[in-house]
Design a protein around this ligand. Structure first.
Ligand code: GDP
Ligand code: IMO
Ligand code: MG
Length: 421
C-alpha cells in the first residue's frame, strides 16, 4: 500500500500545496488526480512564494517524479505559462513531469462557455474561477472531449475546429465578450509546449512504480465540500475531490492506497457562492482575512472567513476515510481572546448533526467557546512548546473527530511546520 492521498477537507485552500512540498522528500512520486487550473497551490521556500495551478506540488524537488493524472483537465495556455514561470529550465522540467494521455483538454471555447453560463445565472452564480472547468468536464462525461493524447493526431486541428464550432453554436445564444483569437494563439503555443513533455498512459506507470515499492503521494485539488457529489451542489466544482477521486483520477485500485491525509485550516474559508454556516460577516472575519492573507491564489478574490465547522469536518473525514489530520494556519488566530468551534447545527430550533441536502435549509451554528492564544507561534517547531490554549484546541478537535492531528503548520514557509512525535 504505497499510495498515500492528501486532500482538502473544507472548501479548498487549506494549504495542500505547502504540505505536499513539505512531504515530497519522503515520496518518490507526486501525482495530481483531479481539478485543473481552478486550483492555486502555494508553497514557499527561500523567501519566494510559488503558486501552482496544474503542476503537482512536488515539482521543486529535482529527484522526484511528478504526474498529471487522467482525472485532471488541462488548459495548454495555462500549462505553458506555468512551466515558463517556475524557475527550472524546460529541459530540466521535462525530466520531472509526466502527463497522462487520457487527461482532457480545456479548450478556449470551454472558457467562453464558463463565462457565458455564469453571466446568465443572475443571482445564483456559482462564483466559478472561469477557467473552463465545468464545460470541460461536461464534454468529458458526455463523451465529446479532446484529450492530451489527441494532440499527436495528424488531424488535431480539424478535431479542434469541430469542437469549437459546436461550442460556438451554443454560444450564439449568449451575449458576452471574449477575445477568442488572442486566447487561441497562446493555447496553440501551449500545445507545442505540451508536446515536449512525456505523455504516457500514466495508469500503467503509477501501477508499475507502486508495484516496485516506490512511494506515491496523490495530491488533491479543491476540497471535500466542493465535491460534485458531496459538496453544496450546485455550488461545487465539477470533479470528485474526495479520496475515491484518486482511484479514478490515476487509475489505481483502492487496495493500493495507504494513508489518507486530510488537511484543514484552524478556521474556515470559502471563495465563491454557497452555504457557509460559520461565516463571519464582521470584524473578526475581516481580521482573519487580513492576517491570514485570505485572497484567492488563482483569482485574487477575497475569501469568505469563519470559525471552524466540526460537523462539516466530520462529514469530510467520513467520506474520505481520513487516517491522519493536518492542521494549518493556527498562527493566524494568535491574539484572539476567545476562539469558537461549531459543534452542531440547529435548523428551526432542532439540533442537527448532518449536512442538510438542501442549501435552503436555515442553519444556525451551535458553538463551543475556548480561550485563545496570544503568542507568535510561527517560530515553534516542537509540538510541546505550543501554547497550552492551542494544544487544548487541537485536543478538542481530535476528541470530536476521533482522528489524530499529526502535523501542525504555523506559517506559509516549508520550515514553518511541526511534526508531532
Ligand atoms: P491550497 O490551495 O490548499 O494549496 O492552499 P492555497 O495555497 O490556495 O492557500 C493557502 C494559503 O495559506 C497560501 O497563501 C499559503 O502560503 C498559506 N499558508 C499555508 N499554510 C499556512 C500556515 O500554516 N500559516 C499561514 N499563515 N499561512 C499558511
Ligand atoms: P484549490 O485546489 C478554493 C471554487 C470556486 C467556485 C467553485 C466552482 O486551490 O484548493 P470552478 O472554477 O471549479 O467551476 O469553481 O469552486 N473553487 C475553489 N475554491 N480553492 C480551489 O482550489 C478552488 N477551485 C474551485 O471559487 O466557488
Ligand atoms: Mg488554493
Amino acid at each position: 500500500m504505497n499510495i498515500d492521498i492528501l486532500l482538502g477537507l473544507q472548501w479548498g485552500d487549506e494549504g495542500k500545496g505547502k504540505i505536499v512540498d513539505v512531504l515530497s522528500p519522503v515520496y518518490d512520486v507526486v501525482a495530481r488526480f483531479q481539478g485543473g487550473p481552478n486550483a492555486g497551490h502555494s508553497l514557499e521556500f527561500n523567501n519566494v512564494k510559488h503558486v501552482l495551478h496544474l503542476i503537482p506540488s512536488g515539482i521543486f524537488h529535482p529527484e522526484k517524479l511528478n504526474i498529471i493524472g487522467n482525472g485532471v483537465v488541462i488548459d495548454p495556455a495555462v500549462f505553458k505559462k506555468e512551466i515558463e514561470g517556475l524557475g527550472p529550465s524546460v529541459d530540466e522540467l521535462i525530466k520531472r513531469l509526466v502527463i497522462s494521455t487520457r487527461a482532457n483538454l480545456i479548450l478556449p471555447s470551454h472558457r467562453m462557455l464558463d463565462a457565458a453560463y455564469e453571466a446568465h445565472k443572475g443571482n445564483s452564480k456559482i462564483g466559478s474561477t472561469l477557467k473552463g472547468i465545468g464545460p470541460a468536464y461536461t464534454d468529458k462525461v458526455s463523451r465529446n472531449g479532446l484529450r492530451i493524447g489527441d494532440i499527436m493526431r495528424n488531424n488535431f486541428r480539424e478535431l479542434y475546429a469541430d469542437h469549437l464550432n459546436t461550442h460556438l453554436a451554443i454560444l450564439r445564444n449568449y451575449d458576452f465578450k471574449f477575445d477568442l483569437e488572442e486566447y487561441e494563439k497562446g493555447w496553440f503555443e501551449g500545445i507545442e509546449m505540451l508536446k515536449k513533455f512525456r505523455m504516457v498512459n500514466t495508469e500503467y506507470l503509477v501501477n508499475e512504480l507502486a508495484g516496485k515499492g516506490k512511494r506515491i503521494l496523490a495530491e488533491g485539488a479543491q476540497g471535500t465540500m466542493l465535491d460534485v457529489d458531496f459538496g453544496s451542489y450546485p455550488f461545487v466544482t465539477s470533479s470528485n475531490t474526495i479520496s475515491a477521486g484518486a482511484c479514478t483520477g490515476l487509475g489505481i485500485s483502492p487496495k493500493l492506497t495507504g494513508e489518507i491525509f486530510g488537511i484543514f485550516k484552524a478556521y474556515c474559508t470559502r471563495v465563491g457562492s454557497g452555504p457557509f454556516p460559520t461565516e463571519l460577516n464582521d470584524e473578526t472575519g475581516t481580521l482573519l482575512r487580513n492576517i491570514g492573507r485570505e485572497f484567492g491564489s488563482t483569482t485574487g478574490r477575497p475569501r469568505r472567513c469563519g470559525w471552524i465547522d466540526l460537523p462539516a469536518l466530520k462529514y469530510s473525514i467520513m467520506i474520505n476515510g481520513v487516517t491522519k489530520l493536518f492542521m494549518t494556519k493556527a498562527d493566524v488566530m494568535s491574539g484572539f481572546k476567545t476562539v469558537r468551534l461549531c459543534t452542531s447545527y440547529k435548523t428551526e430550533g432542532i439540533e442537527c448533526l448532518e449536512i442538510p441536502f438542501s442549501n435552503d435549509t436555515p442553519i444556525e451554528p451551535v458553538y463551543t467557546d475556548m480561550p485563545g492564544w496570544d503568542d507568535d507561534i510561527s517560530g515553534i517547531r516542537d509540538f510541546n512548546k505550543l501554547p497550552q490554549a492551542l494544544k487544548n484546541y487541537i485536543e478538542f478537535i481530535e476528541q470530536q473527530t476521533k482522528v489524530p492531528i499529526t502535523l501542525v503548520s504555523v506559517g506559509p514557509d516549508r520550515n514553518e511546520t511541526i511534526f508531532r512525535k
